[in-house]
Design a protein around this ligand. Structure first.
Ligand SMILES: [Fe+2]
Length: 276
């Protein structure tokens, strides 16, 4: 095994490693790599859907997506498809997945099936570093506050994506309140747990102040020195700790370059704890 660190902030590509060899007995090797690097990548992994499900089950209970139909035989696997001539791509904009859930997923595993020759990289960002480097004045205001996270409803996941199909839960929105600074249940580290896609307001302060503060925090979270970028190839796997990171799937599919190519990924997510 060789570890190729991707940036000063987070992320590592693990070389000479077959995910097929991971079982309950040696799972700690994989989990320790994830806790250390927050997002880990593996290329040329020959993983069938049932093996992806097994890998996910080592982290915990694999959940179904709230709004989108999964694969026929594997309802927990969401196939993310961008049609060849589509500019839009699922996952654009900074977010952590399903932060509006009572127990947002702790781990996400992405498996690339078909990747365009260029375009569609994913950027990941370290929200522990985001907390550490945040302005002290803002820290003092928000450290003991909660924020409201709200799903944007089913349309958000299907409306602008021709290949994504609703599971029938149309129009339902739901929300939960979570601490703005959460504690990682495995490492004890502090995490800045708000994101521009799902966090709607800071509770306990006037709405105007909340809007201004969130805007400042979101700009801070976008800092490139908190991030790493992964260029996908077919049959790669990314495992990310959704508790302490955000991600952004770049939809840079323009004529003459990325446009004209299909992009297909499989995604599974593992049930997490209630943030504290
Ligand atoms: Fe996502």
């Amino acid at each position: 095994m060789k570890i190729n660190i991707l940036s000063g902030a987070l992320g590592a590509e693990i070389l000479n490693f077959s995910l097929n060899t991971i079982t309950h007995d040696n799972f700690k090797i994989l989990n320790d790599l994830l806790l250390e690097h927050k997002v880990i990548f593996f290329r040329d992994q020959n993983i069938a859907p049932e093996e992806l499900m097994y890998l996910g089950s080592l982290f915990g209970t694999v959940e179904e997506h709230a709004y989108v139909k999964g694969l026929e035989n594997f309802p927990q696997i969401t196939r993310i498809v961008k049609a060849a001539n589509e500019k839009n791509q699922w996952g654009e904009g900074w977010h952590s997945d399903v932060s509006y859930d009572l127990k947002p997923c702790k781990t996400i595993i992405l498996r690339s099936i078909k990747i365009p020759p260029v375009g569609g990289d994913t950027v990941f960002s370290n929200m522990e570093l985001a907390w550490e480097t945040l302005d002290e004045g803002i820290k003092n205001i928000i450290h003991d506050k909660k924020a409201l996270h709200e799903s944007n409803g089913s349309k958000f996941f299907v409306e602008n994506y021709s290949q994504m199909e609703s599971n029938g839960l149309v129009g339902e929105k739901y929300s939960n309140e979570h601490p703005i600074v959460r504690t990682h249940p495995e490492t004890g580290n502090k995490i800045l747990f708000v994101n521009p896609t799902y966090t709607k307001k800071i509770l306990g302060i006037p709405e105007n102040d909340s809007n201004k503060l969130l805007e400042k925090i979101f700009r801070h979270q976008e800092r490139l020195d908190l991030s790493c970028r992964f260029k996908w190839t077919d049959n790669a796997i990314a495992i990310l700790d959704n508790r302490c990171t955000q991600h952004y799937a770049i939809a840079d599919f323009y004529p003459g370059r990325g446009l004209g190519h299909e992009r297909i990924m499989d995604r599974i997510a593992i049930v997490g704890d209630q943030p504290f």
